[in-house]
Design a protein around this ligand. Structure first.
Ligand code: ADP
Ligand code: ADP
Length: 229
């Protein structure tokens, strides 16, 4: 089933007299269950594409359909509702809240939805078990290693059972051992059915994805689909 259809989107950042054409006529379809890696040199538009996919930003023109919703028709409130329901987002710098415990961080998306205490508890515990962080419920993020923080951030992104998990340089702030572990976790989550789009400039990791998209100067330069064994 098709989850995402992007047709000919452009993104132009305007700052005074300077225009940056960050994305140029990018088209893309994403099917449920895919694992896509987006790679390319710094400044080629990876983060811009991911933030448009995540409804954190809007394209300057073109079409973006997510789960049969034409996102152009949404007002600001509807955009955040669609984002909360359909998208999980993982940032390079984790973006966990240090005044909250691990449990409370992961619970946040469900608190926003007004879920019951009981439902929150079972969903948070289930998700922290899935990322192998069960023993750290009452720690704060600063008491965890980078790899552990990233696993908590992944749990938070998945706790609302989104259709699409977007990850921006998930291994960028990690040493190679923790980076490998986070990558293995993403691969396992994908095997269990999570649709993932990951931005990375690390070829070791992009090669592990089922489908690889390379951007250059805001355009799709190469697309590769692995023959799945
Ligand atoms: P990447 O993630 O591949 O490094 P980005 O998507 O962040 O690339 O950026 C693409 C281009 O758009 C770059 O030239 C960058 O400087 C520019 N850019 C990104 N964000 C902004 C912004 N908020 N305002 C102006 N220019 C931006
Ligand atoms: P990351 O790729 O790690 O997610 P960012 O998205 O913050 O990092 O930035 C990516 C690129 O976009 C950088 O080269 C940065 O200089 C540029 N950029 C981000 N925000 C702006 C902005 N407001 N104005 C100009 N350039 C920006």
């Amino acid at each position: 089933k098709t989850l995402v259809t992007i047709n000919n989107i452009n993104k132009i950042y305007q700052q005074g007299q300077v225009n940056t054409h960050a994305l140029q006529d990018v088209s893309l379809q994403i099917q449920e269950g895919e694992f896509i890696a987006i790679s390319g040199p710094s400044g080629c538009g990876k983060s811009t594409l991911l933030s448009i996919l995540g409804l954190l930003d809007t394209a300057s023109d073109g079409q973006y359909v997510l789960a049969d919703i034409d996102t152009k028709t949404l007002n600001v409130d509807q955009r955040s509702q669609v984002r909360n329901k359909h998208i999980g987002y993982v940032f390079q710098s984790f973006n966990l809240i240090d005044s909250l415990t691990v449990f409370e961080n992961v619970a946040l998306p469900l608190e926003h939805r007004g879920a019951s205490k009981k439902d929150i508890k079972s969903a948070v515990e289930k998700q922290l078990a899935a990322v192998n962080m069960t023993g750290r419920l009452d720690h704060t993020p600063s008491q965890l290693s980078g790899g552990q923080q990233q696993r908590v951030a992944i749990a938070r992104a998945l706790v609302g059972e989104p259709d699409l998990l977007l990850v921006d340089e998930p291994t960028g702030n990690l040493d190679s051992q923790n980076g490998d572990a986070v990558m293995q976790l993403l691969l396992e989550l994908n095997r269990q059915g999570t649709t993932i789009v990951m931005v990375t400039h690390d070829e070791r990791y992009s090669r592990m994805a089922k489908r690889q998209i390379r951007l250059f100067d805001g355009k799709v330069l190469v697309e590769q689909q692995e023959a799945v064994a």
